[in-house]
Design a binder for this molecule. Structure first.
Ligand code: RNT
Ligand code: ZN
Length: 418
């Protein structure tokens, strides 16, 4: 039998199985199709960008030297267009400030403006992917250990100016695309060893952020990313989870949950329900930590599944922005995008296919055995048949078929980058 026919038939059967537990799979597929996933541009080139050759700093690291890294704006764009061509659903592109179109000139972080992102705005329109944005605190001579939390006013003001300018760029992007641009603010600020002035740096960071957020910019939304530690900054992180939880709760700002930023035995999904009570929206950086914040390629694992289940069970998908955040330089970088995006889609799909109404009913009536039994059974309902249909119906590769597409692109494009 033809593969297409098999997939269509399997979907028909899956649809009935899910209908029996009260789930309309066609509706779920519609939700999956319109929920955007923001592709982090930095997987194309190992987080280097186009500002200078300063390299990566700020406690994050890529490992590996697989050939084919994107070296120019055109290569980054070409790679992202190819990635999009293999994916069903809606994608956005998440840019860092260091990916500006600087025209071969050095543009310092406190001089960056909308003009350096005009060609990105034009491109994003052309390819149909809205933009998100990030200020960049790392990889600069003034990065040091402390940027926005630096007691040295000159350095702090430099980073405040940078971040204010980034907010204006994000606002211009949001205005051009008629949809808010989500700007993530993550600063690496922290110290390697035992720190005495912990409270003082946190006060400085809060004051800097307040200053940055003064301007009313209606087309962008800022979000704040907390973290546990960075390499070389192991003892103290200014923007810790408790810091940003309190900051976002008191300022009604968006909180960024990066799945790599927790203790290895913690599960990021545990934080979702509380945050949803006190902050307006969440930004998700979907990643995969291995023993540390290693930024391995996202896969379909319990952590990612739990994260999306928590959001869907809380009926908060419309309050969550989904983005990827990992950087693996040891394997085909384009393949890494497809694996991570597909894994994220599969986790979201399974969360949407969960018979939540029935589970709620069991829980409300104290039927614990029934709740656990249905949760377990739901895990092995044929979600794969739904995912295959989602791809086939959108004219995208089904199952492992994308491997050959990526091998072809490698042969034609990325392997020629020396
Ligand atoms: C670092 C944060 C941050 C970065 C990107 C490049 O720990 O996760 O989101 O990965 O800004
Ligand atoms: Zn992140």
């Amino acid at each position: 039998m033809k593969k297409e026919t098999l997939i269509e038939q399997a979907y028909g059967i899956a649809k009935e199985r899910y209908a029996a537990v009260g789930i309309d799979t066609d509706k779920v597929i519609e939700t999956l199709e319109r929920t955007p996933i923001s592709l982090h541009c930095w997987q194309t080139d190992d987080v280097l960008g186009f500002e200078s050759n300063a390299g990566l700093s700020g406690g994050i690291q890529t490992t590996g030297n697989y050939p084919g890294r994107a070296r120019t704006i055109d290569e980054v764009r070409g790679d992202l267009e190819f990635v999009k061509s293999l994916l069903a659903g809606t994608q956005r592109v998440n840019l860092h400030e260091i990916y500006g179109d600087f025209g071969g000139k050095f543009v310092d972080r406190n001089q960056v403006g909308v003009e350096h992102f005009q060609s990105w705005i034009d491109w994003s329109k052309k390819v149909g992917m809205n933009l998100d944005f990030n200020s960049t605190s790392f990889g600069h001579p003034k990065s040091g250990d402390l940027s926005l939390a630096n007691p040295d006013k000159a350095i702090r003001d430099f980073w405040i100016e940078h971040t204010i300018r980034c907010r204006r760029i994000a606002d211009a992007m949001g205005k051009a695309q008629g949809d808010p641009c989500i700007m993530n603010i993550w600063v690496h600020d922290g110290l390697k060893d035992l720190t005495v002035e912990r409270k003082r740096y946190r006060e400085i960071l809060a004051a800097s952020l307040d200053e940055i957020m003064k301007e009313n910019l209606p087309h962008m939304k800022a979000c704040f990313e907390a973290k546990l530690f960075g390499i070389g900054l192991e003892s103290y992180t200014v923007g810790s989870h408790d810091f940003y939880t309190a900051y976002c709760a008191t300022r009604k700002m968006i909180y960024t949950l990066d799945t790599g930023h927790y203790e290895p035995t913690e599960n990021v999904s545990d934080f979702v329900s509380t945050l949803l009570m006190y902050v307006p929206e969440l930004m998700l950086h979907v990643s995969r930590p291995i023993r540390w914040d290693s930024d391995h390629v996202t896969i379909m694992n319990d952590q990612t599944l739990d994260l999306f289940k928590e959001i869907v069970r809380a009926d908060a998908l419309n309050r969550a922005h989904i983005g990827l955040d990992y950087f693996d330089a040891s394997i085909n970088r384009i393949g890494a995008y497809i694996i991570g995006t597909r894994a994220t889609q599969k986790c979201l799909l399974q969360a949407l296919l969960e018979p939540v109404a029935k589970l709620r009913e069991y829980e409300d009536s104290g039927r614990g055995f029934q709740r656990l039994a249905l949760m377990e059974e739901a895990k092995s309902l044929p979600f794969g048949a739904v995912y295959d249909w989602f791809n086939l119906k959108n004219g995208k590769p089904v199952g492992e078929d994308f491997i050959a597409c990526i091998e072809q692109y490698e042969k034609d494009v990325t392997s020629k980058r020396k």
